[in-house]
Design a protein around this ligand. Structure first.
Ligand SMILES: [Zn+2]
Length: 94
């Protein structure tokens, strides 16, 4: 019996991606959240559940990646968690 390293984790990864996609898809309900921004300002934003839980970029809704897609915290929602923007959006805002 020969083991093929490098192939063994592929099905698991695909399954994880599928579960993740389903999780994100189930969190697309938009609600209004009171958001405490990093500068201490309290604002009211319409966000999806995924954005509110820090799973998606606040602006472009991409999921956390590396490089330009890396997330930076921009504030938090009391009792929910931190919210993020990706580096690309933060750079574009400046
Ligand atoms: Zn973004």
């Amino acid at each position: 019996m020969s083991v093929e390293p490098g192939r063994t984790c592929a099905p698991d990864k695909a399954l994880k991606q599928q579960r993740w996609d389903r999780l994100i898809a189930s969190k697309q309900v938009v609600s209004t959240f009171a958001v405490m921004l990093e500068n201490g300002e309290l604002v009211s934003l319409h966000l999806t559940q995924a954005q509110a839980e820090g799973l998606e970029c606040l602006t472009c809704k991409r999921q956390c990646e590396t490089g330009q897609g890396a997330f930076r915290p921009v504030g938090h929602i009391p009792s929910v968690g931190s919210i993020f923007e990706c580096v690309a959006c933060l750079d574009g805002a400046r």
